[in-house]
Design a protein around this ligand. Structure first.
Ligand code: F6P
Length: 328
């Protein structure tokens, strides 16, 4: 990185997350502020391979801070996993005289970015954007706070009907390999049980806990199940199993699905995305590459992309205890 950077490209990749637009806006405007050109790459790494670029000015990103999704679109590119695909992407960057790249996404995005740095020594900085919050090196990922609020709002509504009908609800929430959404939304919505991949409570204990709740006078119950939970059954099989082994309840299943990824970002996510977008540009100006920008105790921090992927963001044990105590 000896030449001064004159042009930066930005892309969003993997699952979209509310707040990605606020991050794009901050990157574009920081480039303008520091008198650099900014190029938006559409459809993540696939757009990089196909040269799907657009020069972005500060006005291109007007009125997007409040919008969910990503104006740059997103994709999970199989072609970028091949050497040929990555060579095409590199050629396109060279042709457009782009000196650095900012990638907004989760672990798949960062894995692709690391490979690209290794092969072409191309300057890249990552911004964590995923509702899963499963990235090491930041207090929170962009989109996680909004998703939590969306999930809690949905569970509150399900609670109304669960209690009216004296039913037991299994509610599946997103989190491919991580239980952050389930644990925090579960506590925030007063769930009876929370099933997450990091902590397998086992089927017997689940039945026992539901029985105890009923014996103590509960007339309805909510079990929040992370989609990555490893209890050994999917949420429908789990509900069937409980129905067979504890028929006292009328049971329903609700899978919240992709609605968790949409919606206007919370103020927290907008501020986080704005801070990280500006910091990503400044990090490249400081001639640093291969890092992810994040916050630690609400202060800006940086961590190697390799660490961000490999070291897992740990579940807070205190939250598990709080969930247990407050659900009796
Ligand atoms: O990584 C974010 C995430 O929403 C996961 O929680 C979920 O498992 C996955 O993406 C779903 O991906 P897709 O949009 O490809 O179905």
């Amino acid at each position: 990185m000896n030449q001064p950077i004159k042009k930066i490209a930005v892309l969003t990749s993997g699952g979209d997350a509310p707040g990605m637009n606020a991050a794009i806006r901050a990157v574009v405007r920081a480039c303008t502020y520091y008198r650099m050109d900014c190029v938006g790459v559409y459809r993540g790494y696939q757009g990089l391979i196909e040269g799907d670029f657009e020069q972005m000015s500060a006005r291109h990103v007007s009125n997007i801070i409040n919008r969910g999704g990503t104006i740059l679109k997103s994709a999970r590119s199989l072609e970028f996993k091949t050497k040929e695909g990555r060579v095409k992407a590199f050629e396109n960057l060279k042709k457009e005289e782009i000196g650095a790249l900012i990638i907004i996404g989760g672990d798949g995005t960062f894995t692709g970015g690391l490979k690209f740095i290794e092969e072409f020594n191309f300057p890249i900085v990552g911004i964590p954007g995923t509702i899963d919050n499963d990235i090491y090196g930041t207090d929170k990922t962009i989109g996680y706070d909004t998703a939590l609020n969306t999930v809690v709002e949905a569970i509150d509504k399900i609670r109304d009907t669960a209690s009216s009908h004296n039913r037991l609800f299994f509610i599946e929430v997103m989190g491919r390999d991580a239980g952050f959404i389930a644990l925090n939304a579960g506590i925030g919505s007063g769930a009876e049980e929370i099933l997450i991949p990091e902590e397998n409570i086992g089927l017997e204990k689940l039945v026992d806990s539901l029985k105890k709740g009923r014996d103590k006078g509960k007339t309805s119950s909510i079990v929040v199940v992370s989609e990555g939970d490893k209890i050994g059954k999917n949420v429908f099989e789990l509900a069937d199993y409980i129905g067979e082994n504890y028929p006292a309840y009328d049971i329903r299943v609700s899978v919240l699905g992709h609605m968790q990824r949409g919606g206007s970002p919370s103020c927290y996510d907008r501020v986080l995305a704005s801070r990280l977008g500006v910091t990503a540009v400044e990090t490249l100006l400081d001639k640093k590459s291969g890092v992810m920008v994040g916050t630690t105790n609400n202060e800006i921090s940086k961590v190697g992309l390799d660490k961000a992927i490999k070291m897992h963001h740990k579940i807070n044990k205190e939250l598990l205890k709080v969930a247990e105590i407050t659900s009796i």
